[in-house]
Design a protein around this ligand. Structure first.
Ligand SMILES: Nc1ncnc2c1ncn2[C@@H]1O[C@H](COP(=O)(O)OP(=O)(O)O)[C@@H](O)[C@H]1O
Ligand SMILES: [Mg+2]
Length: 658
């Protein structure tokens, strides 16, 4: 490479190189800061929103969960926040960058020729106002799209979480149809959003060429009207600067879409947070320190005093009417009655999931509302018919009852719940992971772990809601022994379907259709001729003789012949299949990787009409720029004939050739 001979030329080149070098370093540094700062702030913000939402969801009254599908809540409130994060993170940075470009372009234009620039400023309000209108429309469509997707997501979640029920009822086709139907709704919303967004982009392109047209027209008119006021270079500087500005705003458009999407996605989240703040939640104080609450011990007689209750979601059905009953401290009280008679509702009221419509519940002489929900629940141990376990170790599942429980306390609770021996027989003992909803344990085992979880916090009050009703006779016996052991010296309310399990209760209440119809001990109730309890007990006795025989039959079968259809009880079969499937997957994934592009293309076969039309539109867009160059060369040639200085023309030609 030859050295510059001219000093001045050498200096200019050298300082330009220095300038470019410094600009390069500065640019690199600013880009680093931009990405780091906006990404970090975006992440922090989304995590904060997620945290607030999670907290708010837990503070909702149970009624909220009765009314809303949890799957939809999850996608509405958590997945969408990812989109919010994108909108307030890097995309926001791009908007600021593009706005900076717009502002600097306008400055350059005014520097070129303030007269033409002034005329061209009409574009600014036009572009900003329409941009805002479009952004509003896109937000609306995005909101609809999210709603549609969360509906489809809810179906998928429900189907896959109960896949065994779906398959056993041959419901796969029906479930698939429902999912497809919801997906069609999503597609409609997405297409509508795409149309609005395309309209916006098209409008911005139109504005770009309008800018060229108006700029050249006004510039040339001004030039003809008054020589030396503006030159062709000035016109070009202004027009190109404004065009750059609009192009920058077009880029803003891309990010306006993502910030509009962010707004659309954030709307349900803010609505939810506002509602929780405005609503009268019973769930106050649930985030207070549990250990502190432990100091308050609640024990004594539990009295339902003329309690009437209607579920907020079904205001026309009175579930409990004028219910009065007493559960004495340290004794076992049983509640029996037909399904739907309101037994579980009594427990929900006692746990303050709902507030009674009238009447009151009193514990130890104090109305339930005088206790905070946290201290109340701290003193109550509940076991339901459906054992709910989390997908973690047995230790952690039991520890959920008392967060600071030591291993010794946990094992003690497990012994009390008749669970220790079977846990010790598991390969990983207390470290065994139980699978989703305890899928790797049998029903009886799950119930005993749940009982241990209720006992580990050493509650004063125990509530058992049909704990053994889903178990076979053998498991029922083991769990029942554990329950009997646990209720000793505790105030216990037992809801039972099988009456033989509550014969020894100190007091039995019989409910029918939300009202109390009989009360007494097993012996006193059995002597009421024509009484409901007596009838229920006798009916069950006859039934159980038949069932007992069936149980015995099963027990007598040699092990090989035991029915193995219940996958819940035999998790290893599922895992064996899962392993095989995963092997097949590894093999097939190699081949599918190779053909993946062709598969995608062939899947698009059905879409050839929109793809063809879209392709033609893309080609036309591509052809616009060269056409514009031709139009511009005409303008310059015309100006050439209008005796402009040749240096100007050369400059413009240079510009266009770049
Ligand atoms: N979350 C709820 N929302 C509305 N109605 C409910 C709800 N839970 C139960 N019910 C209704 O209340 C009545 C009593 O239910 P429940 O107390 O569960 O009866 P039981 O436990 O005696 O079988 C039933 O008619 C049931 O349909
Ligand atoms: Mg019930």
């Amino acid at each position: 490479m030859s050295q510059p001979t001219n000093d001045l030329y050498g200096n200019v080149v050298w300082s330009s190189i220095q300038y470019l070098f410094v600009v390069g370093i500065l640019q690199a540094f600013c880009v680093l800061i931009q990405y780091y700062a906006f990404d970090t702030s975006g992440r922090r913000q989304t995590n904060r929103i997620r945290n607030n939402l999670f907290r708010a969801m837990l503070q909702c009254n149970v009624t909220y969960f009765d009314e809303n599908q949890t799957g939809r809540l999850n996608s509405k409130l958590f997945e969408n926040i990812e989109i919010v994060g994108k909108g307030i993170g890097l995309d926001l940075a791009q908007i600021l960058r593009s706005l900076g470009k717009l502002a600097s372009s306008i400055c350059v234009a005014f520097y070129g020729s303030w007269q033409i620039a002034l005329i061209m400023t009409y574009t600014i309000p036009l572009v900003i106002v329409t941009g805002k209108l479009f952004s509003k429309a896109i937000t609306k469509e995005t909101f609809n799209e999210f709603n549609a997707y969360s509906k489809a997501g809810h179906i998928a979640q429900e189907v896959f979480s109960s896949v065994r029920t779906v398959l056993s009822f041959n419901g796969a086709k029906f479930a698939h149809q429902q999912y497809t139907q919801k997906l069609e709704g999503c597609q409609r919303s997405s297409i509508k959003k795409g149309f609005v967004y395309g309209l916006f982009r098209g409008w911005m392109y139109f504005n770009l060429y309008l800018t060229y047209a108006v700029g050249f027209l006004c510039g040339l008119l001004l030039m003809n009207a008054k020589k030396n006021l503006v030159s062709l270079v000035d016109i070009l500087v202004v027009v190109l600067a404004f065009a750059r500005g609009i192009a920058a705003f077009r880029l803003v458009g891309i990010f306006i879409q993502s910030s509009a999407e962010a707004c659309g996605a954030a709307t349900p989240a803010w609505d939810f947070l506002d509602n929780v703040e405005a609503g009268k939640s019973i769930e106050t104080g649930i985030f207070e320190d549990n250990n502190k609450e432990k100091k308050t011990s609640i024990n004594g007689n539990i009295r339902f005093d003329k309690v009437t209750f209607t579920y907020p979601t079904r205001p026309d059905v009175c579930v409990l009417q004028n219910m009065s009953l007493l559960a004495r401290a340290g004794e076992t009280t049983a509640i029996v009655g037909a399904s739907g008679s309101g037994k579980s509702t009594l427990i929900s009221l006692l746990l303050r999931f709902y507030e009674s419509t009238s009447g009151q519940i009193v514990i130890n002489g104090q109305s339930l509302s005088n206790y905070s929900v946290a201290e109340l629940r701290q003193n109550i141990g509940v076991v339901n018919q459906e054992p709910t376990l989390f997908d973690t170790t047995i230790y952690e599942n039991i520890r959920f009852g008392k967060k600071d429980a030591s291993k010794i306390e946990i094992e003690e609770a497990a012994r009390l719940a008749n669970a220790h021996d079977f846990i010790m027989r598991l390969p990983e003992k207390y470290e065994t992971v139980v699978g989703e909803r305890g899928a790797q344990l049998s029903g009886g085992e799950k119930q005993r772990i749940v009982l241990a979880r209720a006992l580990v916090k050493q509650p004063q009050l125990l509530l058992f809601d049909e704990v053994t009703s889903a178990l076979d006779r053998k498991n029922e016996k083991i769990v029942q022994e554990a329950l009997d052991q646990a209720c000793k010296d505790r105030t216990t309310i037992v809801i039972a379907h099988r009456l033989r399990t509550i014969q020894n209760a100190n007091q039995i209440y019989v409910l029918d259709n939300g009202t109390l119809i009989e009360q007494g001990t097993h012996e006193t109730l059995m002597v009421i001729d024509g009484g409901k309890y007596q009838a229920m007990f006798r009916a069950q006795q006859t039934k159980e003789t038949v069932y007992d025989n069936d149980d015995e039959m099963v027990n007598k079968l040699p092990e090989k012949q035991l029915p193995t259809t219940n996958i819940d009880e035999h998790p290893e079969t599922i895992f064996a299949d899962a392993k095989l499937e995963s092997l097949n997957y590894v093999e097939s994934s190699v081949t599918s990787q190779r053909s993946i592009i062709w598969r995608l293309i062939s899947m698009n076969k059905l879409q050839w009409i929109p793809i063809l039309i879209g392709g033609l539109a893309c080609t036309c867009i591509g052809a616009v720029e060269p056409t514009f160059a031709v139009a511009l060369s005409f303008i310059i040639n015309e100006s050439d004939n209008n005796d402009f200085s040749s240096s100007h023309i050369d400059y413009v030609r240079d510009c266009l050739s770049v």
